[in-house]
Each structure stands twice: as structure tokens, then as C-alpha cells.
Design a protein around this ligand. Structure first.
Ligand SMILES: [Zn+2]
Length: 295
């Protein structure tokens, strides 16, 4: 499942090249034919990511809600200004420069099971394999968004209110902080990698109940998420180590194995203290942590 930074990047691509434009919508695969017919020919009015979900607004008060889930992917083609990660299964090149656009081959034939195609005169976005793709009215969208925990880049109120909301949702619960961080009703956008890394960065033992955290500790966790998410959106990478020298930075950029404090490092020595990084299952997901640094 893409973590929040990736969904924000996709949302940004829609903002750059689709919002404000009249959209031709279709369902080449047929499974979303009725929904596509509703938005076909309408103007896209907004693109908003909240955690792992994205909401695309259309004139007439229609909202498309997309949750990619494990297998879902957007694939862009044509004149796209934002660099978006390419779906390796399709391998179509996402164009970062207008020079790559050729009207001759546009629009490209849909490849595979495209649930929804959204197209302007010069750009195409194909959606494959989403967990959720549905149309909502504005009220329904509000309801969905209000069940979600705060997202630093898409708060319902001010940044301070978003932080207070996170602190409240964490410190009221008996559930382990390692579980709360991945609960999308507590905070939006954090997945397995950010969870492990944030707990390490905070020196927090993952099994501590949320309500045992002080408000200050919870606030610091939130502020760390704000920072990490912004880096993720800016770079497209989950860069979770700071204080690296230039050589270490180059390694972290080039390779996932050199990018994280504890994630994916079970049995390897902790980068800080040398203790073996522990791996356990928490709520069905792999949790990596250092038993010495985090206690
Ligand atoms: Zn350690």
C-alpha cells in the first residue's frame, strides 16, 4: 500500500495537469462505466489527498474517491508536468517535459485492466486495480474525511488543530502506539515503513499504550510526521534518516537498504547501538525496532 507521501504526489499531478480542465472519463475495462459516465465531460475542480485516499472533485458537486490499496496504481501519459512514479507493470514512461509529448500517438491505447481513464486534450491518467473507486456527493465525502485522522498536508482546520487532534486521538487510547500510528482513524498516511522509523526516531518502545504518552511526546511524534511527510512528497522517497554525511546521503538516495534506521533490518545490528534489530508481527504487519534504543 503506498504510504501518504506517494498519494500526495499523485494528487499534485492531478492538480497540475487536470484540475480546471474538462475531463473525458471512461472505463475501458467496463467495471466503472456508470460512474465514468457521470463525470464525463465535466470540469475537474479539485484534487485532495487525505492519507492514503484521494478525492477528485468535478463540477456539479461530484467527488471521486480512490483508495489504491495494495494493487492499485495510477499511470500517467501525455503532457504531465509532475514527475510521478511509473507503474512497473505497464512501463509507460511518465513524461516530465512537454517535449516528450507527441500528438500523433495520443491518446495511447489503454493497457490491461483500466478501471477508469481520465483524460484532458493532452494528458491521460489510467487507474488500475484500486481497492476503492466510487462517486460521492459532497456530504458523503465530508463524512469519509471526518472519519480519517488528521493529515499534516491536508488538515481539516489549522495546523495547530491537526496536531491537537492527533495528540487527543493517541493519548486517549490503551492500544499500543505501534498500532495507533498505522490506524488511519488516528492519523492519516502512515504505513509500515514510516511507523517503524518514526518510533525509532522518537526512541519509543512500540508496545507503549497511547495513553501512557505525555502530550508533549505525542506532539513531537506528530511534528516528526509533518517533517517526514514533507520530505517524502518533495523527494518521492521515504528518507527517514537525518544527520547523514554526503556519502551516506548518496547511499540513502540510491538504495532502500541504506535508507532506514530499522525498517527491513531484522537481525542486523542497530545503526546506533549495535543491538540486533528485532522483528515481530503487530496487528498482522511486520514491526522492526531496536530493543535497546527504544525503551
Ligand atoms: Zn539501537
Amino acid at each position: 500500500v503506498p504510504e501518504g507521501h506517494k498519494v500526495h504526489r499523485i494528487s499534485r499531478a492531478f492538480t497540475a495537469d487536470f484540475v480546471g480542465k474538462k475531463i473525458a472519463a471512461s472505463s475501458p475495462q467496463g467495471r466503472f462505466a456508470a460512474g465514468a459516465a457521470v463525470v464525463d465531460g465535466r470540469r475537474m475542480t479539485a484534487s485532495r489527498a487525505v492519507g492514503k485516499q484521494m478525492f477528485l472533485g468535478f463540477s456539479g458537486g461530484h467527488w471521486l474517491r480512490v483508495h489504491l490499496g495494495i494493487y492499485g496504481m495510477w499511470d500517467f501519459a501525455g503532457k504531465i508536468r509532475e514527475q510521478v512514479e511509473v507503474d512497473p507493470r505497464v512501463g509507460r514512461k511518465t513524461l516530465a517535459t512537454p517535449s516528450g509529448f507527441s500528438a500523433a500517438g495520443f491518446p495511447p491505447e489503454p493497457i490491461g485492466q483500466v478501471r477508469l481513464r481520465l483524460a484532458t486534450a493532452v494528458a491521460v491518467a489510467d487507474l488500475r486495480g484500486p481497492n476503492t473507486c466510487e462517486l460521492l456527493g459532497a456530504d458523503e465525502m465530508d463524512t469519509v474525511i471526518h472519519t480519517l485522522g488528521p493529515d499534516p498536508l491536508s488538515p481539516n482546520g489549522s495546523a495547530d488543530e491537526a496536531q491537537a487532534e492527533f495528540v487527543r486521538r493517541v493519548t486517549a487510547r490503551k492500544v499500543a502506539i505501534g498500532q495507533l500510528l498505522m490506524d488511519q482513524t488516528v492519523v492519516s498516511g502512515i504505513g509500515n515503513i514510516y511507523r517503524a522509523e518514526m518510533l525509532f526516531r522518537a526512541g519509543l518502545e512500540p508496545h507503549l499504550p497511547g495513553r501512557s504518552l505525555t502530550e508533549e511526546t505525542a506532539a513531537l511524534l506528530w511534528q516528526d510526521w509533518v517533517r517526514l511527510l514533507q520530505v517524502g512528497v518533495d523527494t518521492g522517497l521515504m528518507l527517514t534518516m537525518d544527520g547523514l554525511d554526503p556519502q551516506e546521503t548518496a547511499l540513502a538516495l540510491a538504495s532502500r537498504a541504506d535508507r532506514h534506521w530499522v525498517y527491513g533490518r531484522a537481525g542486523l545490528p542497530c545503526r546506533v547501538c549495535g543491538t540486533e534489530v528485532a522483528l515481530e508481527m503487530m496487528a498482522g504487519r511486520k514491526l522492526y525496532w531496536c530493543p535497546s534504543c527504544q525503551r
